[in-house]
Design a protein around this ligand. Structure first.
Ligand code: SF4
Length: 371
Protein backbone atom coordinates (compact mmCIF):
# COMPACT_ATOMS: atom_id res chain seq x y z
CA UNK A 1 0.00 0.00 0.00
CA UNK A 2 1.21 3.49 -0.71
CA UNK A 3 2.04 5.59 2.36
CA UNK A 4 2.41 9.35 2.39
CA UNK A 5 4.43 11.16 5.03
CA UNK A 6 4.59 14.94 4.87
CA UNK A 7 7.89 16.70 4.92
CA UNK A 8 8.62 17.71 8.46
CA UNK A 9 11.91 19.51 7.76
CA UNK A 10 14.97 17.36 7.22
CA UNK A 11 17.97 18.04 9.40
CA UNK A 12 21.20 16.80 7.83
CA UNK A 13 23.81 16.05 10.47
CA UNK A 14 27.04 14.08 10.65
CA UNK A 15 26.46 10.37 11.46
CA UNK A 16 27.73 8.65 14.58
CA UNK A 17 31.29 7.44 14.26
CA UNK A 18 31.24 3.89 12.86
CA UNK A 19 32.96 1.49 15.20
CA UNK A 20 35.42 -1.14 14.04
CA UNK A 21 33.05 -3.87 15.35
CA UNK A 22 30.23 -2.44 13.27
CA UNK A 23 32.39 -2.44 10.14
CA UNK A 24 33.37 -6.06 10.74
CA UNK A 25 29.67 -7.03 10.75
CA UNK A 26 28.96 -5.25 7.49
CA UNK A 27 29.00 -8.39 5.36
CA UNK A 28 26.94 -10.73 7.56
CA UNK A 29 23.48 -9.33 8.36
CA UNK A 30 22.12 -12.48 10.01
CA UNK A 31 25.18 -13.09 12.22
CA UNK A 32 24.92 -16.85 11.41
CA UNK A 33 27.94 -18.96 10.38
CA UNK A 34 28.24 -18.36 6.61
CA UNK A 35 28.68 -21.14 4.05
CA UNK A 36 29.55 -18.79 1.17
CA UNK A 37 31.83 -15.85 1.97
CA UNK A 38 32.71 -13.33 -0.78
CA UNK A 39 35.30 -10.69 0.14
CA UNK A 40 36.57 -7.75 -1.93
CA UNK A 41 35.67 -9.48 -5.20
CA UNK A 42 36.80 -7.74 -8.40
CA UNK A 43 36.02 -9.07 -11.89
CA UNK A 44 37.59 -7.43 -14.95
CA UNK A 45 37.04 -8.30 -18.64
CA UNK A 46 39.04 -7.12 -21.60
CA UNK A 47 36.96 -5.47 -24.35
CA UNK A 48 37.84 -3.81 -27.67
CA UNK A 49 37.44 -0.45 -25.87
CA UNK A 50 39.61 -1.38 -22.91
CA UNK A 51 39.23 -3.37 -19.68
CA UNK A 52 35.82 -3.32 -18.01
CA UNK A 53 35.63 -3.73 -14.26
CA UNK A 54 32.22 -5.38 -13.92
CA UNK A 55 32.45 -6.08 -10.17
CA UNK A 56 34.22 -3.77 -7.71
CA UNK A 57 35.08 -4.70 -4.13
CA UNK A 58 32.01 -6.86 -3.53
CA UNK A 59 31.59 -8.55 -0.12
CA UNK A 60 28.71 -10.64 1.19
CA UNK A 61 28.01 -13.93 2.92
CA UNK A 62 25.24 -16.54 2.95
CA UNK A 63 24.64 -19.12 5.71
CA UNK A 64 23.05 -22.53 5.05
CA UNK A 65 19.25 -22.41 5.03
CA UNK A 66 19.16 -18.72 4.15
CA UNK A 67 18.34 -16.88 0.91
CA UNK A 68 20.20 -13.79 -0.27
CA UNK A 69 18.62 -11.79 -3.10
CA UNK A 70 21.02 -9.82 -5.29
CA UNK A 71 19.12 -6.99 -6.96
CA UNK A 72 20.00 -4.39 -9.58
CA UNK A 73 19.46 -3.23 -13.15
CA UNK A 74 21.20 -4.86 -16.13
CA UNK A 75 24.94 -4.36 -16.02
CA UNK A 76 25.02 -3.90 -12.22
CA UNK A 77 27.32 -6.91 -11.84
CA UNK A 78 24.85 -9.27 -10.17
CA UNK A 79 25.17 -12.13 -12.68
CA UNK A 80 28.90 -11.59 -13.32
CA UNK A 81 29.67 -11.87 -9.60
CA UNK A 82 27.62 -15.07 -9.30
CA UNK A 83 29.37 -16.61 -12.31
CA UNK A 84 32.64 -15.90 -10.49
CA UNK A 85 31.35 -17.76 -7.42
CA UNK A 86 30.69 -20.77 -9.68
CA UNK A 87 34.07 -20.43 -11.38
CA UNK A 88 32.34 -20.11 -14.76
CA UNK A 89 34.43 -17.28 -16.26
CA UNK A 90 37.10 -18.01 -18.83
CA UNK A 91 40.34 -17.84 -16.79
CA UNK A 92 42.30 -16.85 -19.93
CA UNK A 93 40.35 -13.65 -20.47
CA UNK A 94 38.84 -12.69 -17.10
CA UNK A 95 40.81 -11.26 -14.18
CA UNK A 96 39.33 -12.16 -10.81
CA UNK A 97 40.74 -11.03 -7.47
CA UNK A 98 39.58 -11.07 -3.86
CA UNK A 99 38.31 -14.14 -2.09
CA UNK A 100 35.36 -16.52 -2.56
CA UNK A 101 35.20 -19.19 0.15
CA UNK A 102 32.69 -21.95 -0.40
CA UNK A 103 32.34 -24.39 2.48
CA UNK A 104 35.88 -23.48 3.52
CA UNK A 105 37.39 -23.91 0.01
CA UNK A 106 38.92 -20.92 -1.76
CA UNK A 107 37.45 -20.70 -5.27
CA UNK A 108 39.59 -17.81 -6.60
CA UNK A 109 42.66 -19.34 -8.25
CA UNK A 110 41.31 -22.92 -8.04
CA UNK A 111 42.32 -25.25 -10.91
CA UNK A 112 39.64 -25.92 -13.54
CA UNK A 113 39.49 -29.63 -12.68
CA UNK A 114 38.83 -28.89 -9.00
CA UNK A 115 36.27 -26.27 -9.99
CA UNK A 116 34.40 -28.82 -12.09
CA UNK A 117 34.25 -31.17 -9.09
CA UNK A 118 32.98 -28.37 -6.88
CA UNK A 119 30.28 -27.44 -9.38
CA UNK A 120 27.46 -29.93 -9.18
CA UNK A 121 28.63 -31.54 -5.95
CA UNK A 122 28.84 -28.44 -3.72
CA UNK A 123 27.29 -25.63 -5.75
CA UNK A 124 24.82 -25.47 -8.63
CA UNK A 125 23.31 -22.73 -10.74
CA UNK A 126 19.87 -22.37 -12.34
CA UNK A 127 19.73 -19.96 -15.28
CA UNK A 128 16.93 -17.88 -16.76
CA UNK A 129 17.04 -19.95 -19.93
CA UNK A 130 17.01 -23.71 -19.30
CA UNK A 131 18.25 -24.24 -22.87
CA UNK A 132 21.65 -23.01 -21.69
CA UNK A 133 21.94 -25.97 -19.31
CA UNK A 134 19.97 -28.71 -21.05
CA UNK A 135 21.54 -30.13 -24.19
CA UNK A 136 18.99 -30.32 -27.04
CA UNK A 137 20.42 -33.58 -28.49
CA UNK A 138 20.13 -35.75 -25.37
CA UNK A 139 17.09 -36.89 -23.46
CA UNK A 140 16.39 -35.23 -20.12
CA UNK A 141 16.85 -38.62 -18.42
CA UNK A 142 20.30 -39.22 -19.94
CA UNK A 143 21.44 -35.74 -18.86
CA UNK A 144 20.20 -36.25 -15.29
CA UNK A 145 21.86 -39.67 -15.07
CA UNK A 146 25.18 -38.30 -16.32
CA UNK A 147 25.01 -35.33 -13.93
CA UNK A 148 24.58 -37.75 -11.01
CA UNK A 149 27.23 -40.24 -12.16
CA UNK A 150 29.77 -37.42 -12.65
CA UNK A 151 29.90 -37.14 -8.85
CA UNK A 152 28.80 -40.61 -7.69
CA UNK A 153 30.37 -43.94 -8.57
CA UNK A 154 27.09 -45.83 -9.09
CA UNK A 155 25.53 -48.08 -11.74
CA UNK A 156 23.30 -46.53 -14.39
CA UNK A 157 20.16 -48.13 -12.95
CA UNK A 158 20.76 -46.52 -9.56
CA UNK A 159 21.44 -43.14 -11.15
CA UNK A 160 18.24 -43.52 -13.23
CA UNK A 161 16.28 -44.21 -10.05
CA UNK A 162 17.68 -41.02 -8.50
CA UNK A 163 16.85 -39.07 -11.69
CA UNK A 164 13.23 -40.26 -11.63
CA UNK A 165 12.95 -39.32 -7.95
CA UNK A 166 14.27 -35.83 -8.65
CA UNK A 167 11.87 -35.28 -11.59
CA UNK A 168 9.01 -36.36 -9.31
CA UNK A 169 10.33 -34.09 -6.53
CA UNK A 170 10.19 -31.02 -8.78
CA UNK A 171 6.62 -31.82 -9.80
CA UNK A 172 7.02 -33.37 -13.25
CA UNK A 173 4.08 -35.75 -13.79
CA UNK A 174 4.82 -39.29 -14.99
CA UNK A 175 8.57 -38.86 -14.44
CA UNK A 176 9.61 -42.35 -15.57
CA UNK A 177 8.09 -41.77 -19.00
CA UNK A 178 9.39 -38.17 -19.26
CA UNK A 179 12.97 -39.43 -18.74
CA UNK A 180 12.94 -40.44 -22.43
CA UNK A 181 11.82 -37.01 -23.70
CA UNK A 182 14.10 -34.38 -25.24
CA UNK A 183 14.13 -30.85 -23.75
CA UNK A 184 12.07 -29.43 -26.65
CA UNK A 185 9.26 -31.86 -25.74
CA UNK A 186 8.90 -30.11 -22.35
CA UNK A 187 6.95 -26.84 -21.85
CA UNK A 188 8.92 -23.77 -20.65
CA UNK A 189 7.89 -24.32 -17.02
CA UNK A 190 8.61 -28.06 -17.17
CA UNK A 191 12.05 -27.40 -18.72
CA UNK A 192 12.80 -25.02 -15.83
CA UNK A 193 11.72 -27.73 -13.36
CA UNK A 194 13.94 -30.28 -15.14
CA UNK A 195 16.88 -27.89 -14.86
CA UNK A 196 16.21 -27.40 -11.15
CA UNK A 197 16.13 -31.21 -10.79
CA UNK A 198 19.50 -31.38 -12.56
CA UNK A 199 20.95 -28.63 -10.34
CA UNK A 200 19.85 -30.34 -7.15
CA UNK A 201 20.51 -33.98 -8.09
CA UNK A 202 23.82 -33.97 -6.19
CA UNK A 203 22.47 -32.21 -3.08
CA UNK A 204 24.47 -28.98 -3.50
CA UNK A 205 24.93 -26.87 -0.41
CA UNK A 206 24.72 -23.67 -2.47
CA UNK A 207 22.15 -22.96 -5.17
CA UNK A 208 22.49 -19.84 -7.32
CA UNK A 209 19.31 -19.00 -9.23
CA UNK A 210 19.84 -16.32 -11.89
CA UNK A 211 16.44 -14.79 -12.79
CA UNK A 212 14.99 -18.33 -13.00
CA UNK A 213 11.40 -17.18 -13.50
CA UNK A 214 11.79 -14.16 -15.79
CA UNK A 215 10.92 -16.01 -19.01
CA UNK A 216 7.87 -17.77 -17.52
CA UNK A 217 4.25 -16.68 -17.25
CA UNK A 218 3.01 -15.42 -13.88
CA UNK A 219 1.34 -18.65 -12.69
CA UNK A 220 4.34 -20.79 -13.56
CA UNK A 221 6.64 -18.17 -11.96
CA UNK A 222 4.79 -18.56 -8.66
CA UNK A 223 5.02 -22.36 -8.88
CA UNK A 224 8.78 -22.27 -9.54
CA UNK A 225 9.36 -19.84 -6.64
CA UNK A 226 7.37 -22.11 -4.31
CA UNK A 227 9.38 -25.06 -5.57
CA UNK A 228 12.73 -23.37 -4.90
CA UNK A 229 11.60 -22.38 -1.38
CA UNK A 230 10.32 -25.92 -0.65
CA UNK A 231 13.52 -27.49 -1.92
CA UNK A 232 15.61 -25.09 0.13
CA UNK A 233 13.69 -26.12 3.25
CA UNK A 234 14.17 -29.83 2.42
CA UNK A 235 17.84 -29.62 1.43
CA UNK A 236 18.87 -26.84 3.87
CA UNK A 237 20.95 -25.16 1.13
CA UNK A 238 22.22 -21.61 1.00
CA UNK A 239 20.48 -19.83 -1.90
CA UNK A 240 21.60 -16.79 -3.88
CA UNK A 241 18.65 -15.48 -5.91
CA UNK A 242 19.43 -12.94 -8.62
CA UNK A 243 16.49 -10.81 -9.67
CA UNK A 244 15.35 -7.31 -10.60
CA UNK A 245 11.91 -7.93 -9.08
CA UNK A 246 11.50 -6.54 -5.54
CA UNK A 247 8.13 -8.31 -5.23
CA UNK A 248 9.97 -11.64 -5.58
CA UNK A 249 12.59 -10.48 -3.06
CA UNK A 250 9.91 -9.64 -0.47
CA UNK A 251 8.41 -13.08 -1.03
CA UNK A 252 11.41 -15.36 -0.82
CA UNK A 253 14.57 -13.71 0.53
CA UNK A 254 15.98 -13.29 4.04
CA UNK A 255 18.72 -10.84 3.08
CA UNK A 256 19.12 -8.42 0.18
CA UNK A 257 22.15 -6.91 -1.54
CA UNK A 258 21.43 -4.05 -3.95
CA UNK A 259 24.06 -3.53 -6.68
CA UNK A 260 24.78 -0.50 -8.87
CA UNK A 261 27.60 -0.12 -11.41
CA UNK A 262 29.45 -3.19 -10.08
CA UNK A 263 29.26 -2.28 -6.39
CA UNK A 264 27.00 -3.15 -3.47
CA UNK A 265 25.10 0.00 -2.48
CA UNK A 266 22.83 -1.39 0.24
CA UNK A 267 22.95 -4.66 2.19
CA UNK A 268 21.01 -6.15 5.08
CA UNK A 269 17.94 -8.11 6.09
CA UNK A 270 15.02 -7.87 3.66
CA UNK A 271 12.44 -6.70 6.21
CA UNK A 272 14.69 -3.81 7.27
CA UNK A 273 15.85 -2.77 3.79
CA UNK A 274 12.47 -2.93 2.05
CA UNK A 275 10.69 -1.51 5.11
CA UNK A 276 13.01 1.49 5.38
CA UNK A 277 15.67 1.65 2.64
CA UNK A 278 18.58 4.00 3.28
CA UNK A 279 20.00 4.41 -0.24
CA UNK A 280 18.36 6.63 -2.87
CA UNK A 281 18.86 3.93 -5.52
CA UNK A 282 16.86 1.42 -3.43
CA UNK A 283 14.20 4.14 -2.95
CA UNK A 284 14.14 4.52 -6.73
CA UNK A 285 13.76 0.77 -7.27
CA UNK A 286 10.84 0.71 -4.84
CA UNK A 287 9.20 3.66 -6.55
CA UNK A 288 9.56 1.91 -9.91
CA UNK A 289 7.20 -0.94 -8.99
CA UNK A 290 3.43 -0.67 -9.38
CA UNK A 291 1.40 0.12 -6.25
CA UNK A 292 -0.47 -2.87 -4.82
CA UNK A 293 -4.12 -3.85 -4.22
CA UNK A 294 -6.68 -1.14 -4.71
CA UNK A 295 -4.22 1.73 -5.13
CA UNK A 296 -3.96 3.40 -8.52
CA UNK A 297 -0.73 2.49 -10.28
CA UNK A 298 1.93 5.03 -9.30
CA UNK A 299 5.21 4.59 -11.06
CA UNK A 300 8.24 6.81 -10.73
CA UNK A 301 10.97 5.20 -12.80
CA UNK A 302 14.51 6.24 -11.90
CA UNK A 303 15.52 8.95 -14.39
CA UNK A 304 18.33 8.18 -16.82
CA UNK A 305 20.01 4.83 -17.41
CA UNK A 306 22.70 2.81 -15.63
CA UNK A 307 26.20 3.99 -16.63
CA UNK A 308 28.45 2.21 -19.09
CA UNK A 309 31.03 0.24 -17.13
CA UNK A 310 33.64 1.75 -19.46
CA UNK A 311 32.82 5.23 -18.15
CA UNK A 312 31.54 4.94 -14.57
CA UNK A 313 30.81 8.43 -13.15
CA UNK A 314 33.25 9.80 -10.56
CA UNK A 315 32.42 9.81 -6.84
CA UNK A 316 29.09 8.11 -6.21
CA UNK A 317 28.30 6.45 -9.57
CA UNK A 318 24.60 7.07 -8.96
CA UNK A 319 25.04 10.87 -8.68
CA UNK A 320 23.92 11.81 -12.24
CA UNK A 321 20.54 10.14 -11.52
CA UNK A 322 20.15 11.02 -7.85
CA UNK A 323 17.64 13.67 -6.80
CA UNK A 324 19.08 13.79 -3.26
CA UNK A 325 22.63 14.86 -4.08
CA UNK A 326 21.75 18.50 -3.30
CA UNK A 327 21.20 17.42 0.31
CA UNK A 328 24.86 16.47 0.66
CA UNK A 329 27.25 19.27 1.57
CA UNK A 330 29.69 20.49 -1.07
CA UNK A 331 30.54 18.43 -4.13
CA UNK A 332 31.04 15.18 -2.21
CA UNK A 333 28.63 13.08 -4.31
CA UNK A 334 30.57 13.92 -7.49
CA UNK A 335 34.08 13.66 -6.06
CA UNK A 336 34.14 10.93 -3.38
CA UNK A 337 32.93 7.34 -3.53
CA UNK A 338 31.04 6.60 -0.30
CA UNK A 339 32.03 3.51 1.76
CA UNK A 340 29.59 0.66 2.36
CA UNK A 341 29.15 1.09 6.11
CA UNK A 342 26.39 1.27 8.72
CA UNK A 343 24.71 4.69 8.42
CA UNK A 344 22.37 4.44 11.41
CA UNK A 345 22.43 2.96 14.91
CA UNK A 346 21.48 -0.42 13.36
CA UNK A 347 24.89 -1.88 12.52
CA UNK A 348 23.54 -5.06 10.88
CA UNK A 349 22.77 -3.08 7.71
CA UNK A 350 25.05 -1.04 5.50
CA UNK A 351 24.66 1.46 2.67
CA UNK A 352 26.93 3.45 0.37
CA UNK A 353 25.67 7.04 0.43
CA UNK A 354 26.96 10.38 1.76
CA UNK A 355 23.54 11.44 3.07
CA UNK A 356 23.63 12.26 6.75
CA UNK A 357 20.76 10.63 8.64
CA UNK A 358 19.32 8.86 5.57
CA UNK A 359 16.56 7.35 7.72
CA UNK A 360 15.21 10.87 8.32
CA UNK A 361 15.34 11.61 4.61
CA UNK A 362 13.52 8.33 3.96
CA UNK A 363 10.78 9.21 6.44
CA UNK A 364 10.11 12.48 4.67
CA UNK A 365 9.96 10.85 1.25
CA UNK A 366 6.84 9.37 -0.30
CA UNK A 367 7.47 5.72 -1.03
CA UNK A 368 5.21 2.78 -1.84
CA UNK A 369 5.46 -0.08 0.65
CA UNK A 370 5.60 -3.69 -0.38
CA UNK A 371 2.90 -5.95 1.10
FE1 SF4 B 1 22.75 10.29 -4.07
FE2 SF4 B 1 24.97 11.42 -3.11
FE3 SF4 B 1 23.88 9.32 -1.88
FE4 SF4 B 1 25.07 9.02 -4.23
S1 SF4 B 1 26.06 9.63 -2.34
S2 SF4 B 1 23.14 8.14 -3.61
S3 SF4 B 1 24.53 10.92 -5.25
S4 SF4 B 1 22.98 11.36 -2.11
Amino acid sequence: MSEQVTNGGTAIRRPETVSRAARSREANPSGLEPYLVVRDLEVTFPTADGPVKAVRGLSYSVPLGRTLAIVGESGSGKSVSSMAVMGLHNPQSTRISGSIRLGGHEVVGMRQEELRKLRGSTAAMVFQDPQSSLHPYYTVGKQLIEAYRAHHNVAKAKAAQRAIEMLARVGIPNPKKRMGDYPHQFSGGMRQRAMIAMSLINDPKLLIADEPTTALDVTVQAQILDLIMDLQRDFGSAVVFITHDLGVVAEIADDILVMYAGRAVEYGQVNKILGAPLHPYTWGLLESIPAVSGEPARLHPIPGAPPSLLAVPSGCPFHPRCEFREQVQGDLCRTETPDLIPRTADTSRTSRCHLREPDRVFETTVLPRLP
